[in-house]
Write a protein that binds this ligand. Sequence first.
Ligand code: ACM
Length: 267
Amino acid sequence: MPILSLAQFEPRLGEEERNFDYIKTIVENDNSDILCFPELATSGYFFKDKNELASLAMEADSDGICELQEFSTELNKIIVLGFPELDGQEIYNSVAILMPRKSQSSIYRKTHLFSKERNIFSEGNTGFFNTYSEEFDINIGLMICYDWRFPEAARTLALGGADLILCPSNLVTGVWDSVMSARALENKVYIGVANRIGKEKQDDEELVFNGSSAIYDYNGKHLTSAGAENEIIISAEIFPEKTRDKSFNSINNIFSDRRPDYYFRKS
Ligand code: ACM
Protein backbone atom coordinates (compact mmCIF):
# COMPACT_ATOMS: atom_id res chain seq x y z
CA MET A 1 0.00 0.00 0.00
CA PRO A 2 1.31 3.50 -0.75
CA ILE A 3 3.30 5.39 1.84
CA LEU A 4 2.37 9.04 2.15
CA SER A 5 4.89 11.56 3.47
CA LEU A 6 4.40 15.22 4.32
CA ALA A 7 7.49 17.44 4.32
CA GLN A 8 7.10 20.21 6.89
CA PHE A 9 9.74 22.89 6.43
CA GLU A 10 10.40 26.61 6.33
CA PRO A 11 10.36 28.03 2.82
CA ARG A 12 12.36 31.29 2.79
CA LEU A 13 10.57 34.27 1.29
CA GLY A 14 12.22 35.24 -1.98
CA GLU A 15 14.86 32.47 -1.88
CA GLU A 16 13.47 30.47 -4.74
CA GLU A 17 16.69 28.67 -5.61
CA ARG A 18 17.37 27.67 -2.04
CA ASN A 19 13.76 26.47 -1.61
CA PHE A 20 13.94 24.40 -4.79
CA ASP A 21 17.26 22.86 -3.71
CA TYR A 22 15.73 21.96 -0.38
CA ILE A 23 12.69 20.39 -2.05
CA LYS A 24 14.84 18.45 -4.52
CA THR A 25 17.07 17.08 -1.76
CA ILE A 26 14.03 15.79 0.10
CA VAL A 27 12.56 14.27 -3.07
CA GLU A 28 15.82 12.46 -3.87
CA ASN A 29 16.30 11.05 -0.39
CA ASP A 30 12.73 10.12 0.40
CA ASN A 31 11.40 6.58 0.03
CA SER A 32 7.67 7.24 0.06
CA ASP A 33 5.25 6.89 -2.85
CA ILE A 34 3.40 10.16 -2.34
CA LEU A 35 5.31 13.19 -1.10
CA CYS A 36 3.55 16.45 -0.28
CA PHE A 37 5.08 19.88 0.46
CA PRO A 38 3.35 23.00 1.85
CA GLU A 39 1.50 25.78 0.04
CA LEU A 40 3.84 28.21 -1.82
CA ALA A 41 6.78 25.99 -0.95
CA THR A 42 8.97 27.46 -3.68
CA SER A 43 8.51 31.11 -2.80
CA GLY A 44 7.46 31.83 0.78
CA TYR A 45 4.15 33.49 1.58
CA PHE A 46 3.96 37.06 2.89
CA PHE A 47 4.71 39.09 -0.25
CA LYS A 48 5.10 42.83 0.07
CA ASP A 49 3.03 43.45 -3.04
CA LYS A 50 2.13 42.08 -6.44
CA ASN A 51 5.54 43.02 -7.85
CA GLU A 52 7.35 40.88 -5.32
CA LEU A 53 4.93 38.03 -6.02
CA ALA A 54 5.42 38.44 -9.78
CA SER A 55 9.20 38.18 -9.36
CA LEU A 56 8.76 34.74 -7.76
CA ALA A 57 5.91 33.38 -9.87
CA MET A 58 6.63 30.68 -12.44
CA GLU A 59 4.77 29.00 -15.24
CA ALA A 60 3.55 25.45 -14.77
CA ASP A 61 6.11 24.29 -17.35
CA SER A 62 9.02 26.26 -15.88
CA ASP A 63 12.40 24.54 -15.44
CA GLY A 64 11.94 23.97 -11.70
CA ILE A 65 8.55 22.26 -12.04
CA CYS A 66 9.81 20.23 -15.05
CA GLU A 67 12.81 19.05 -13.06
CA LEU A 68 10.51 17.83 -10.30
CA GLN A 69 8.32 16.14 -12.92
CA GLU A 70 11.40 14.24 -14.09
CA PHE A 71 12.05 13.09 -10.51
CA SER A 72 8.45 11.95 -10.26
CA THR A 73 8.82 9.80 -13.38
CA GLU A 74 12.31 8.47 -12.55
CA LEU A 75 11.52 7.68 -8.92
CA ASN A 76 7.92 6.57 -9.53
CA LYS A 77 6.74 8.99 -6.90
CA ILE A 78 3.76 11.34 -6.77
CA ILE A 79 4.99 14.84 -5.82
CA VAL A 80 2.63 17.56 -4.62
CA LEU A 81 3.82 21.11 -3.94
CA GLY A 82 2.56 24.66 -3.79
CA PHE A 83 3.95 27.46 -5.98
CA PRO A 84 2.85 30.86 -7.33
CA GLU A 85 1.73 30.07 -10.85
CA LEU A 86 2.09 32.60 -13.64
CA ASP A 87 -0.37 32.22 -16.49
CA GLY A 88 -0.44 35.21 -18.84
CA GLN A 89 -1.40 38.24 -16.75
CA GLU A 90 -2.71 36.11 -13.88
CA ILE A 91 -0.90 34.72 -10.87
CA TYR A 92 -2.58 31.89 -8.99
CA ASN A 93 -1.85 30.31 -5.64
CA SER A 94 -1.44 26.83 -7.10
CA VAL A 95 -0.49 23.29 -6.24
CA ALA A 96 1.07 20.92 -8.76
CA ILE A 97 0.39 17.22 -8.53
CA LEU A 98 3.21 15.60 -10.49
CA MET A 99 2.44 12.04 -11.48
CA PRO A 100 4.98 9.46 -12.67
CA ARG A 101 3.07 9.48 -15.94
CA LYS A 102 3.42 13.09 -16.97
CA SER A 103 0.14 13.16 -18.91
CA GLN A 104 -1.70 12.68 -15.59
CA SER A 105 -0.03 15.62 -13.84
CA SER A 106 -2.11 18.71 -13.22
CA ILE A 107 -2.48 21.96 -11.35
CA TYR A 108 -5.07 22.98 -8.76
CA ARG A 109 -5.57 26.75 -8.25
CA LYS A 110 -6.70 27.83 -4.80
CA THR A 111 -10.43 28.47 -4.83
CA HIS A 112 -10.81 30.47 -1.61
CA LEU A 113 -8.20 33.19 -1.18
CA PHE A 114 -7.26 34.09 2.38
CA SER A 115 -6.88 37.63 3.72
CA LYS A 116 -4.36 39.74 1.73
CA GLU A 117 -3.91 36.99 -0.84
CA ARG A 118 -6.96 38.65 -2.41
CA ASN A 119 -4.88 41.71 -3.26
CA ILE A 120 -2.26 39.87 -5.23
CA PHE A 121 -3.52 36.49 -6.48
CA SER A 122 -6.25 35.74 -8.99
CA GLU A 123 -9.06 33.53 -7.76
CA GLY A 124 -8.56 29.90 -8.69
CA ASN A 125 -10.60 28.63 -11.63
CA THR A 126 -9.80 24.93 -11.80
CA GLY A 127 -12.41 23.75 -9.30
CA PHE A 128 -11.85 20.71 -7.10
CA PHE A 129 -10.77 17.52 -8.83
CA ASN A 130 -9.19 14.16 -8.11
CA THR A 131 -6.28 12.46 -9.82
CA TYR A 132 -6.20 8.68 -10.03
CA SER A 133 -2.97 6.70 -9.93
CA GLU A 134 -3.11 3.17 -11.35
CA GLU A 135 0.32 2.39 -9.89
CA PHE A 136 -0.88 2.95 -6.34
CA ASP A 137 -4.62 2.47 -6.93
CA ILE A 138 -5.36 5.75 -5.20
CA ASN A 139 -7.54 8.72 -6.05
CA ILE A 140 -6.04 11.95 -4.69
CA GLY A 141 -7.96 15.21 -4.25
CA LEU A 142 -6.37 18.61 -3.65
CA MET A 143 -7.30 21.67 -1.69
CA ILE A 144 -5.12 24.47 -0.32
CA CYS A 145 -5.02 25.83 3.22
CA TYR A 146 -8.01 28.22 3.70
CA ASP A 147 -10.15 25.94 1.51
CA TRP A 148 -10.48 23.89 4.70
CA ARG A 149 -12.99 26.41 6.08
CA PHE A 150 -15.43 25.35 3.38
CA PRO A 151 -16.80 21.86 4.02
CA GLU A 152 -17.94 21.83 0.40
CA ALA A 153 -14.32 21.47 -0.67
CA ALA A 154 -13.69 18.14 1.05
CA ARG A 155 -17.26 17.00 0.30
CA THR A 156 -16.90 17.73 -3.40
CA LEU A 157 -13.64 15.79 -3.54
CA ALA A 158 -15.07 12.88 -1.55
CA LEU A 159 -18.22 12.70 -3.70
CA GLY A 160 -15.90 12.69 -6.70
CA GLY A 161 -14.18 9.58 -5.35
CA ALA A 162 -11.19 10.86 -3.38
CA ASP A 163 -9.49 8.30 -1.16
CA LEU A 164 -6.99 10.85 0.11
CA ILE A 165 -7.27 14.64 0.27
CA LEU A 166 -3.99 16.54 0.38
CA CYS A 167 -4.03 20.07 1.76
CA PRO A 168 -0.72 21.92 1.30
CA SER A 169 -0.94 24.79 3.77
CA ASN A 170 0.56 27.92 5.31
CA LEU A 171 -1.72 27.88 8.34
CA VAL A 172 -1.50 30.69 10.83
CA THR A 173 -4.32 29.73 13.20
CA GLY A 174 -4.56 26.79 15.55
CA VAL A 175 -8.20 25.98 15.00
CA TRP A 176 -8.06 23.63 12.06
CA ASP A 177 -7.01 20.35 13.65
CA SER A 178 -10.40 19.22 14.96
CA VAL A 179 -12.06 20.35 11.73
CA MET A 180 -9.70 18.32 9.56
CA SER A 181 -10.37 15.30 11.70
CA ALA A 182 -14.13 15.83 11.21
CA ARG A 183 -13.68 16.32 7.44
CA ALA A 184 -11.90 12.95 7.30
CA LEU A 185 -14.58 11.20 9.38
CA GLU A 186 -17.66 12.69 7.71
CA ASN A 187 -16.30 11.90 4.23
CA LYS A 188 -14.54 8.66 5.17
CA VAL A 189 -11.31 9.72 3.47
CA TYR A 190 -7.70 10.08 4.51
CA ILE A 191 -6.48 13.68 4.84
CA GLY A 192 -2.91 14.98 4.83
CA VAL A 193 -2.23 18.57 5.89
CA ALA A 194 1.33 19.63 4.96
CA ASN A 195 1.89 22.87 6.82
CA ARG A 196 4.98 25.06 6.97
CA ILE A 197 6.84 26.53 9.93
CA GLY A 198 8.64 29.80 10.55
CA LYS A 199 7.75 33.49 10.63
CA GLU A 200 7.44 36.17 7.95
CA LYS A 201 7.10 39.89 8.53
CA GLN A 202 5.93 42.91 6.51
CA ASP A 203 6.11 46.31 8.24
CA ASP A 204 4.72 45.65 11.72
CA GLU A 205 2.65 42.60 10.79
CA GLU A 206 4.15 39.19 11.54
CA LEU A 207 2.74 35.84 10.48
CA VAL A 208 3.67 32.77 12.51
CA PHE A 209 3.12 29.50 10.65
CA ASN A 210 2.32 26.82 13.13
CA GLY A 211 3.47 23.52 11.64
CA SER A 212 1.71 20.57 13.30
CA SER A 213 1.28 18.87 9.92
CA ALA A 214 -0.85 15.76 10.27
CA ILE A 215 -2.19 12.68 8.54
CA TYR A 216 -5.72 11.57 9.51
CA ASP A 217 -7.26 8.24 8.71
CA TYR A 218 -10.78 7.78 7.34
CA ASN A 219 -12.16 7.68 10.90
CA GLY A 220 -10.62 11.05 11.68
CA LYS A 221 -7.85 9.58 13.83
CA HIS A 222 -4.36 11.11 13.78
CA LEU A 223 -2.01 8.58 12.23
CA THR A 224 0.95 10.87 12.76
CA SER A 225 1.64 14.52 13.37
CA ALA A 226 4.54 16.95 13.50
CA GLY A 227 5.61 19.48 16.08
CA ALA A 228 4.81 23.18 15.72
CA GLU A 229 8.35 24.40 15.02
CA ASN A 230 10.54 21.68 13.55
CA GLU A 231 11.44 20.68 10.02
CA ILE A 232 10.36 17.07 9.72
CA ILE A 233 8.95 14.46 7.36
CA ILE A 234 6.00 12.49 8.70
CA SER A 235 4.72 9.35 7.04
CA ALA A 236 1.89 6.84 7.15
CA GLU A 237 0.72 3.88 5.10
CA ILE A 238 -2.55 4.50 3.26
CA PHE A 239 -5.14 1.82 2.46
CA PRO A 240 -7.24 3.48 -0.28
CA GLU A 241 -9.78 0.69 -0.67
CA LYS A 242 -10.86 1.16 2.95
CA THR A 243 -12.33 4.56 2.08
CA ARG A 244 -14.55 3.29 -0.70
CA ASP A 245 -17.37 1.60 1.19
CA LYS A 246 -19.10 4.55 2.85
CA SER A 247 -21.10 2.34 5.23
CA PHE A 248 -20.28 2.63 8.90
CA ASN A 249 -22.72 0.00 10.16
CA SER A 250 -24.99 -2.59 8.54
CA ILE A 251 -27.72 0.00 7.80
CA ASN A 252 -26.14 3.42 7.29
CA ASN A 253 -24.02 4.73 4.48
CA ILE A 254 -22.88 8.34 4.64
CA PHE A 255 -23.25 8.87 0.92
CA SER A 256 -26.43 6.96 0.07
CA ASP A 257 -28.11 8.33 3.23
CA ARG A 258 -27.63 11.90 2.00
CA ARG A 259 -30.82 13.82 1.20
CA PRO A 260 -29.59 16.67 -0.98
CA ASP A 261 -33.14 17.71 -1.90
CA TYR A 262 -33.50 18.95 1.67
CA TYR A 263 -30.20 20.79 1.97
CA PHE A 264 -31.40 24.03 0.43
CA ARG A 265 -34.54 25.82 1.52
CA LYS A 266 -36.89 26.12 -1.39
CA SER A 267 -38.35 29.59 -1.87
C1 ACM B 1 -3.97 30.35 4.22
O1 ACM B 1 -4.90 30.09 3.45
N1 ACM B 1 -2.72 30.41 3.78
C2 ACM B 1 -4.21 30.63 5.63
